[in-house]
Design a protein around this ligand. Structure first.
Ligand SMILES: Cc1cc2nc3c(=O)[nH]c(=O)nc-3n(C[C@H](O)[C@H](O)[C@H](O)COP(=O)(O)OP(=O)(O)OC[C@H]3O[C@@H](n4cnc5c(N)ncnc54)[C@H](O)[C@@H]3O)c2cc1C
Length: 253
């Protein structure tokens, strides 16, 4: 259920960070770990985002800013993680794909109300494409770390098997926690793949019906680019008549 953050500053603060680790998650997605320069704990709610303030200006002479969902769960440390898709000719994502370890960057945050309260323990269907999985990685790891056992199902659409971001980690979580179910869908699957294929929105109805048959009060969380977001929302709201209070959206574009 969306709710304002229970902890953390009411007004997002601006603070200095450094990139401390990076790795590629797939051909076009880079995982970056940031650390606050003041070493203070970074307090946020799973599902929130930060705004990065880049060291270059737009045509109006203002610093370029872009928002990114926090991909890691809060752990009381000064660190947080982002997953960034490389957008062709996009200044923000190109900078983040080229930033070396040690690069300084100002950050404003946390912000956003696309959060999921742990109390009450509401079953959830998470629907993502690409880096839309970032806030769900935070929510799912946070809930599992707190010992939660309500159903947490992730319908995750990507092009190919090598683009299943955090794939090994998500599969390991699913193996260790029966309440967490990973449902990947590939638009360009391998010949051997016998699972879901194509657009995620084509799988929303069946998964939602299966989940709500046992858990009628489940909520749906959808994150990614608007085209997928709207198509998935349409299935839930129009085709299945799900109350809008139970469908939560975060658009990247
Ligand atoms: C709340 C919020 C959270 C976000 N979280 C993330 C995140 O966790 N990871 C992330 O990679 N991006 C995220 N974005 C998108 C991000 O803010 C930038 O828009 C993106 O990095 C492109 O910026 P740019 O300067 O490189 O390109 P721009 O020149 O600003 O190009 C923008 C174009 O990129 C497209 N675009 C934006 N995001 C994506 C994407 N993920 N995949 C494909 N096309 C995209 C838009 O449709 C638009 O046409 C988020 C956006 C919002 C509003």
């Amino acid at each position: 259920m969306s709710s304002p953050p229970a902890v953390g500053p009411l007004v997002p603060e601006t603070f200095a960070t450094r990139v401390v680790e990076t790795r590629m998650l797939g051909p076009r997605v880079r995982h970056l770990v940031f650390e606050r320069a003041d070493a203070a704990p970074f307090v946020f709610e799973p599902g929130q985002w930060v705004q990065l303030i880049f060291p270059f200006k737009d045509e109006k002479g203002l610093a370029v800013r872009r928002s990114y969902s926090i991909a890691s769960p809060p752990d009381g440390s000064p660190r947080f993680e982002l997953a960034v898709t490389k957008v062709d000719d996009g200044p923000g994502s190109t900078f983040l794909h080229e930033a070396p370890v040690g690069a300084p960057l100002d950050v404003k945050g946390p912000a956003g109300t696309f959060t999921r309260a742990l109390d009450p323990a509401t079953p959830a269907l998470f629907i993502a494409t690409g880096t839309g999985v970032a806030p769900f990685r935070s929510m799912i790891r946070h809930a599992l770390a707190k010992g939660r056992a309500e159903p947490l199902w992730l319908l995750f659409g990507v092009r190919s098997h090598e683009e299943l971001l955090y794939g090994d980690e998500l599969r390991a979580l699913a193996a260790a926690h029966p309440c967490f179910r990973l449902e990947p869908s590939f638009s360009r699957p391998s010949d051997e793949w016998r699972g879901r294929t194509g657009y995620v929105q084509t799988h929303v109805k069946a998964l939602w019906q299966e989940l709500t048959a046992q858990h009628p009060l489940a909520h749906a969380y959808i994150c990614g680019v608007k085209k997928m977001l709207m198509a998935s929302r349409e299935v839930l709201r129009v085709e299945l008549g799900v109350d809008r209070k139970r469908v939560h959206l975060e658009a990247y574009d």
